[in-house]
Design a binder for this molecule. Structure first.
Ligand SMILES: C[S@@+](CC[C@H](N)C(=O)[O-])C[C@H]1O[C@@H](n2cnc3c(N)ncnc32)[C@H](O)[C@@H]1O
Length: 191
């Protein structure tokens, strides 16, 4: 049965919960990057609460979310310049208006797709990013995700692995030249 992602979001409202703490870390990583208008992509954006409240005026952002209720919530708090696409974040097409992006968010994605898809998505990040662009990602538990970024031309700017929670948050910056955007590329499929 498909997961109830609306219910999943309810944990954000519980102070001190793992998800509430994860959100603080993600926002803490994002905040200094959003010091001026930016081009931002959010994959599987949920209701967009990580990035939307922080987005400087004049930014261009594309948030892609499958669930129409969550996408509508994101739309409801989105400033001008933000496009919320109700659709499949697993293909590159919807990202075109914000690519090459300075920031890509992949939060709540890698733990819900096969590892081969995680690898493919990280390999494709340089085609979504501007030079020196940054990916902020999350994953529950330890995994080879950090090695995958390192193998694809990224340097680690930050990594959070609390001993009393399973969430992990990483921030990686592209250090090699980006690749051209490839429309129609399949990155991942949610399981
Ligand atoms: C774990 S939640 C993460 C939401 C948000 N990024 C966050 O961290 O709060 C995963 C989200 O992916 C969405 N989703 C699932 N499959 C998707 C797909 N193929 N394309 C876009 N979004 C998808 C779900 O509806 C859900 O909102």
């Amino acid at each position: 049965m498909a997961r109830d992602w609306i219910k999943w979001h309810e944990e954000y409202e519980v102070p001190g919960s793992s998800l509430a703490r994860r959100l603080e870390v993600v926002r803490g990583y994002l905040q200094p990057l959003l010091d001026r208008p930016r081009r931002v992509i959010s994959m599987c954006a949920g209701d967009g609460r990580d990035v939307l409240p922080l987005l400087p005026e004049g930014s261009t952002a594309v948030l892609v979310e499958w669930d129409p209720v969550l996408a509508e919530r994101a739309r409801g708090s989105a400033p001008e310049g933000v496009t919320v696409v109700t659709g499949d974040a697993g293909v590159t097409d919807p990202y075109a208006p914000a690519a090459p992006a300075e920031i890509v968010l992949a939060c709540g994605v890698f733990g819900n797709i096969p590892y081969a898809d995680t690898r493919r998505t990280i390999q494709a990040m340089p085609s979504l990013l501007a030079p020196g662009g940054t990916v902020i990602w999350t994953r529950a538990g330890d995994s080879p995700v950090r090695d995958e970024f390192a193998a694809n031309g990224f340097e680690e700017l930050a990594y959070c692995a609390p001993t009393d929670a399973r969430f992990r948050v990483g921030m990686h910056r592209l250090t090699r030249p980006p690749s051209p955007f490839v429309p129609g590329e399949r990155l991942f499929t949610f399981v």
